[in-house]
Design a protein around this ligand. Sequence first.
Ligand code: NAD
Length: 481
Amino acid sequence: MDVSSQDIEAIVRQVIAGINPETVKRSVAPMYRTNGSKGDFGVFDTADDAVNAAHKAQRIWVSDYKVEDRKRIVDAIRRCTRANAREWSEKIVEETGMGRVEDKIEKHLAVANKTPGPECLTTSAISGDTGLMIEEYAPFGVICSITPTTNPTETIVNNTISMISGGNTVVYNVHPRAKKICAECLKTLNKTIIEAGGPENLITMVKEPTMDTVDTLAANPKVRLMAGTGGMGMVNALLRSGKKCIGAGAGNPPVIVDETADAKLAGEKVYEGASFDNNILCFAEKEVFVIEPNYDTFIKSIQSAGAYLLDREQTRRLTEMCLIKKKSGDGYEANKDWVGQNASKILAQIGVNVPDSTRLCVCEVDANHPFVMAEQMMPVLPVVRCKNFDEAVEFALEAEHGNRHTSSIFSKDVDHMTRFARLIETTIYVKNSCTKAGVGIGGEGHCTMTIAGPTGEGITDARSFCRKRRCVLAEGGLRIV
Ligand code: NAD
């Protein structure tokens, strides 16, 4: 008889668990071998093996586990993420070369603590003269999730909680530039799931993710839903796949600071939000439109908060260095060498020495400047002086490019707040705070790393990754009135 090290581990766990009958019941789960799987705690050499293992796990997940089990396992994932937040954050910075460890820790804690679990899957019921109807959130089955380099493990934790809460299992195609840390995170989460009594391969991934493996996953009939978090190239490719998909694409969030705003508060909050994780977040403030009477106060405030104000020549040099013309000739895009770098490193390249505690630089530019129009994802924030509110709105709409992702306004004028909200139509709309408040980081509401604007699910949670199913009982059944 062949006995693998995983089998021995499972047997030992059962013997230890034998002390407590309740734990025995739970610990039987790791004995379920999904297919004598070839994977290493969820990491598979081929896309099809990753799907097959997740498919078998999904059948077990829905047949042998209750909602209580899902809650217990999700809680274990939360604890595991909190315990690993620092280590994973340090390793992401090491592998991707982007962002700030302290901010990544905050993102991990946000997804661990504020991603809703199975409790958000409530049943709706209608009772009437013709009987009873219930609608419940049911799993799709196996979901393929494509994750970005900017929030690699944060998205894995967030999507895992959201997707398995609804009875799904997940195959990840992670960003190649973050594959090492993603594999480590995925293995750790799978070990945690097994230790908490869950099945193997609830989440799997392809060891060497490529565009081709995305195609293989999309073509596999066992994959019932594609969920993609990243740039618009990827989202558009998913939309063409012919499968049901949830697409979370790019943003370029504009901020308006109007003449009624507390411009000092605006400077402080925009500094905090635009410098968070060196501005690589899709929902981070990317350009600011300030109406004339508040312009100088805003600039002074953002400087006192810690920003370095670039002069005209420095702005010109950074534009050349940090942005490149798109191959299509249609505008500019970020030079990846500078995406997510510290402001001090960017500034040093043009001979300006500032301490690492300077988290942001700002430049005063026109509304059509490439720093305004490109999703630059670096701590270089363009600020545009506007004559009036209408002009600021017009510029903001142009800069957002119809992504309908995120925007914010600093104002005390309710009409302005409402007018901008109606015209910009973004999924996240924040008033008088950082845009990260829109995903529950310093704001109310749950957290997500998958903001699905293009396909309409918005701030995703477990409900977004479920199918609604209806069950009807004819009159004479369960009604009590
Ligand atoms: P990216 O588009 O380069 O990569 C994202 C993922 O898609 C990766 O796994 C990548 O391998 C894959 N991919 C890229 N092009 C593809 C294609 N043609 N076909 C199939 N797969 C493809 O993005 P990134 O640099 O990792 O992340 C930054 C971008 O993602 C920014 O544009 C940002 O706004 C966006 N983003 C959006 C959200 C959101 O919730 N809406 C969250 C995070 C990041």
